[in-house]
Design a protein around this ligand. Structure first.
Ligand code: MLT
Length: 329
């Protein structure tokens, strides 16, 4: 009888411990480095933003957030890797709306469903874009640029980071509104693309300000228009593309952290909190603001807000890209 009681108590004890175990594990997260997949090449805007954020978030979380660049196919290879990864919180994604919303209109089929296969964690910020050309392109303003591209459609080439990339969206909307068809040169990211623009391999690109501002200020590329409806404080002399002649042109790019579907809510909350504290850090926010990143408000910073933003971006961009007449690949 005694033996039976002891066995029962022991069983109850281990059951109790087992019930506690997930909570203890969740509290302890993260206990080892976290891989953050950036679905574009190193040295571009997504990579640069991820590295600024991950450095501070690593300090806050007490574990290294290690950026891994998995570029190619407009970011879809890297996103798919996260969509198929274990949802234990040790593989995360930092990407932008191109790979999650815009590319739905540009591929006949995608290997993931961005709304079903990923858990939104938090938004990193919104980025304006800039139309930049090689420095010896014979056009000193947007009007001359448009006339030059129209007159030279057979030889003009524009660079982008693959189908569905932010630079693709910026370029395709520009080309469609200018009513031109020019050759696209795809790269694994606009980091390597920008190097080639500086050396004059192709003619122009629409890329996020965060990537191109340093090359504009050193005079290695020319900035002929910004993609927002207001001029940027960093480029007060550069007109908006809208004011320079393409009424209604407006493209901004948000980015954020996501995990694989089913990532534990407590772990999502921990990463979200580290992100919020990173964005509130004076040094980080000053650095990002200098790079023209518009930081999210507290309300915009929640996982739920990112989920709604993803949905509203799909609702906005899929029909807009379809209306631009781009055929899915
Ligand atoms: C893009 O065009 O989607 C991005 O600029 C890619 C990148 O971060 O390199």
């Amino acid at each position: 009888m005694k033996l039976q009681r002891r066995v029962l108590l022991a069983a109850a004890g281990s059951a109790g411990l087992a019930a506690l175990a997930p909570a203890v594990q969740a509290q302890a997260y993260p206990t080892k480095p976290i891989t953050v997949i950036v679905p574009f090449a190193a040295g571009g805007p997504t990579d640069a933003l991820a590295r600024v954020l991950c450095q501070k978030m690593s300090e806050i979380l007490g574990q290294q957030l290690v950026v891994e660049n998995v570029g190619g196919a407009g970011g879809t290879i890297g996103v798919n890797k996260v969509a198929k990864a274990a949802n234990d919180g040790y593989t995360l994604l930092f990407t932008h709306m191109g790979t999650l919303a815009v590319n739905i209109a540009l591929y006949k089929s995608l290997p993931y469903d961005s709304q079903k296969d990923l858990e939104p964690i938090g938004m990193g910020g919104t980025n304006p874009m800039v139309l930049v050309t090689k420095k010896d392109l014979p056009a000193k303003d947007f009007g001359e640029f448009m006339a030059y591209v129209k007159a030279n459609q057979k030889k003009v080439q524009y660079g982008m980071a693959g189908i569905g990339a932010a630079s693709h969206l910026g370029g395709l909307m520009l080309n469609s509104m200018m009513k031109v068809e020019v050759l696209e040169i795809p790269y694994k990211g606009t980091g390597p693309a920008l190097n080639d623009l500086v050396s004059g391999t192709f003619d122009y690109m629409v890329d996020q300000a965060v990537n191109v501002l340093p090359q504009i200020s050193s005079g290695n590329v020319k900035a002929l228009g910004v993609s927002t409806l207001k001029r940027l404080p960093q480029l007060p002399d550069v007109p908006t593309i809208d004011e320079a002649g393409l009424k209604g042109y407006e493209v901004t790019i948000w980015n954020g952290f996501f995990g694989p579907k089913g990532m534990a809510k407590e772990n999502i909350a921990k990463v979200n909190d580290a992100l919020a504290r990173t964005l509130a850090d004076a040094t980080v926010s000053k650095r990002l603001t200098e790079l023209a990143v518009d930081l999210p408000s507290k309300e915009e910073g929640t996982p739920e807000a990112l989920r709604s933003l993803l949905k509203s971006s799909i609702d906005k961009w899929v029909p807009a890209v379809q209306a631009a007449g781009v055929k899915p690949e």
